[in-house]
Design a protein around this ligand. Structure first.
Ligand SMILES: Cc1cc2nc3c(=O)[nH]c(=O)nc-3n(C[C@H](O)[C@H](O)[C@H](O)COP(=O)(O)OP(=O)(O)OC[C@H]3O[C@@H](n4cnc5c(N)ncnc54)[C@H](O)[C@@H]3O)c2cc1C
Length: 434
C-alpha cells in the first residue's frame, strides 16, 4: 500500500500530523518509543514527581502555536516571568552577566570596561568564528571568563571551533552605558531574550502536545531500521515493512542516512561529519521548599560538571509534592569533542555534592527522589563542518523525495515551537505535491 509516512512523534511530527489531518490526507506516524513527545517528553516518578527530558518551558512568540499548546492543556497552564542567574566563582550573578557585574572584583570590572571602551573606538573587524565574535563584542577578559568557559561546557568544544549561525538573540549585546550601570548597581533592567514563559499545570511539558493522538493513531515501538530509496521501501525493527509514496522525517540526519541501504558512500561520509551533544540529566527531589530563587541557573566554573540547573517545582506545583522542591541538572558530552565515559547514575553523588557546594542542597536535606538518564541527542554543535554537510544531506533527502523538519532533521538549534512549525511547513510541501 502506498502511504504518506511520518517518522517520529515529537514536536515536528506533531506539526506534520496536524497539517495532514487538516488537509484530509491519510497518513501514519511511526515512533520508536512507546510514548509520544520525543525531546518534549515528560516522565512521572512515584506518581508525584515530574521531570522533563531536560528542562522545557514554552516562550513561543507564534500566536498559533501558543493557542494550540494552550488548547491541549484545556487552557490550564502557569505563566511566569523568567528569573535567571549565573554561578561564577562562588557568586550568583543575574543573567545576562555582561550587564550585571556588580560586586565582581574591581580588577575584573576595570579590565572589562577598559576593553569595551577600546572596542567602541576600534575599526569594524570581520569575524570568522565565535571566539572572534566574542572578543569583538565583549573584549578578552569577559569572553574568557564567561562565555568561552560556558561554551566548553555546553557545546563541549572551544569557541573558535564554532560558527555564528546559531547565535540569534542568545547573546545579549549591551551598550557601554548598560555595562557601566550593571557594574555600579545591584539592580538592573531585565534584558533576557526569554521574558516570560508558560508551563502546563498537569503532566509536564509534554501536555502542550497532547493533541498529537487526536491527529493520528501513532504506531509506537516502531523503529525504522532500513530504507531502500529506489523502491521507496521501509523496514521497522518489529519486522513491519511498507512502501511509501511520501515521507516526512524528524529523525536525526545522521541516523536516517545510516539506515539507507542504497545511499552512496559520499553521503554517508558527510553524515559522519555531524556533531551533537548528549545530555546527562540528573534529578533530585527534596523535602524543603524554595531551594532556588531562580527558574534556571547557568554554571560557568569548569571544575563543576553541572552546566545548567533548572527547578521544575518552580514551573508548576504539580511537578513535585507539596512542601517539596526539585532540581534538574544538565551535563554535556559529545562523541566528537568530549566523549562520555561514565554511566548516568555515577553522576548522581557527584552532582549532589556540587549542589551542596553551590548552596542549593544542604548536607542534611531529605532527598526523596534521585535519578539520572542520558538524552542521546541534545544540542546540535555548530562546528565548521556542519553547514556544508547539512546542505549536502538536505539536498540529497529532497532529491530522494524525503521531506524533513525538526531539531535533528534540520540539524539546527531550534525550540519546540519552531520544530512544530517546521513539521507543518514540510507537510505542506507534501500536500502541495499530492
Ligand atoms: C536540554 C534541552 C532543553 C530544551 N529546552 C527547550 C525549552 O525550554 N523550550 C523549547 O521550546 N524547546 C526546548 N528544547 C528544544 C526542543 O526539545 C526541540 O526543539 C523539540 O523537542 C524537537 O522536536 P523534534 O520533533 O524535532 O525532535 P524529537 O523530539 O527528537 O522527535 C523525533 C522523534 O523521532 C523518533 N525517532 C527517532 N528515530 C526514529 C526511528 N528510527 N524510527 C522511528 N522513530 C524515530 C524519536 O523517538 C522522537 O520521538 C530543548 C532541547 C533540549 C535538548
Amino acid at each position: 500500500m502506498d502511504k504518506v509516512v511520518v517518522l517520529g512523534a515529537g514536536m515536528a511530527g506533531y506539526g506534520a500530523a496536524k497539517r495532514f489531518k487538516e488537509s484530509g490526507v491519510p497518513f501514519e506516524i511511526f515512533e520508536k518509543n512507546s510514548y509520544y513527545g520525543g525531546h518534549c517528553a515528560s516522565f512521572t516518578f512515584d506518581n508525584k514527581w515530574i521531570f522533563d527530558d531536560g528542562p522545557h518551558i514554552s516562550f513561543t512568540k507564534h500566536e498559533d502555536v501558543k493557542e494550540i499548546f494552550a488548547e491541549n492543556t484545556g487552557n490550564s497552564y502557569y505563566e511566569f516571568e523568567a528569573n535567571v542567574d549565573n554561578y561564577w566563582k562562588g557568586k550568583w550573578i543575574k543573567h545576562p552577566a555582561q550587564v550585571n557585574l556588580h560586586g565582581l572584583p574591581p580588577e575584573f570590572n576595570a579590565k572589562m570596561l577598559y576593553e569595551m571602551i577600546e572596542l567602541k573606538n576600534a575599526p569594524h573587524k570581520q569575524v570568522k568564528n565565535y571566539k572572534e565574535w566574542l572578543y569583538a563584542s565583549y573584549g578578552k577578559t569577559f569572553s574568557e571568563n564567561f562565555p568561552m568557559k560556558y561554551t566548553r561546557k555546553f557545546h563541549t568544544t572551544d569557541a573558535e571551533n564554532l560558527s555564528l549561525d546559531w547565535l540569534g538573540p542568545r547573546m545579549y549585546q549591551p551598550d557601554l552605558y548598560q555595562v557601566i550601570y550593571g557594574m555600579l548597581s545591584p539592580s538592573t533592567e531585565d534584558v533576557h531574550y526569554i521574558k516570560g514563559f508558560r508551563y502546563p499545570n498537569k503532566k509536564g511539558f509534554v501536555n502542550f502536545m497532547s493533541g498529537v493522538e487526536k491527529e493520528a493513531s501513532v504506531q509506537y515501538n516502531e523503529e525504522l531500521v532500513n530504507i531502500n530509496l529506489k523502491k521507496k521501501h521501509l523496514r521497522f525493527n518489529s519486522g513491519r515493512e511498507l512502501n511509501y509514496k511520501h515521507c516526512f522525517s524528524s529523525m536525526p540526519l545522521n541516523e536516517i542516512i545510516s539506515i539507507m541501504e542504497d545511499a552512496p558512500p559520499w553521503i554517508k561520509e558527510e553524515a559522519k561529519k555531524l556533531a551533537w551533544t548528549q545530555c546527562v540529566v540528573v534529578n533530585f527531589g527534596v523535602k524543603r521548599m524554595n531551594i532556588s530563587p531562580s527558574h534556571w541557573r547557568y554554571i560557568y566554573d569548569e571544575d563543576f560538571y553541572s552546566t545548567r540547573l533548572s527547578f521544575p517545582s518552580m514551573f508548576g506545583p504539580s511537578t513535585a509534592p507539596e512542601g517539596c522542591s526539585s532540581v534538574q541538572t544538565e551535563i554535556y558530552f559529545s562523541d566528537k569533542y568530549k566523549p562520555l565515559n561514565k554511566k548516568a547514575e555515577e553522576f548522581i553523588p557527584i552532582i549532589q555534592d556540587e549542589l551542596i557546594q553551590m548552596g542549593i542542597l544542604r548536607p542534611h536535606d531529605e532527598i526523596l527522589i534521585k535519578n539520572a538518564w542520558i538524552s542521546p541527542y541534545a544540542q546540535v554543535i555548530y562546528d565548521h563542518e556542519r553547514k556544508g554537510a547539512v546542505e549536502k544531506i538536505h539536498n540529497f533527502l529532497l532529491e530522494n523525495n524525503i521531506q524533513f523538519g525538526g531539531r535533528y532533521a534540520d540539524w539546527a538549534y531550534i525550540w519546540s515551537d519552531e520544530s512544530f512549525k517546521r513539521g507543518e511547513a514540510a507537510a505542506e510541501k507534501i500536500v502541495d505535491d499530492l
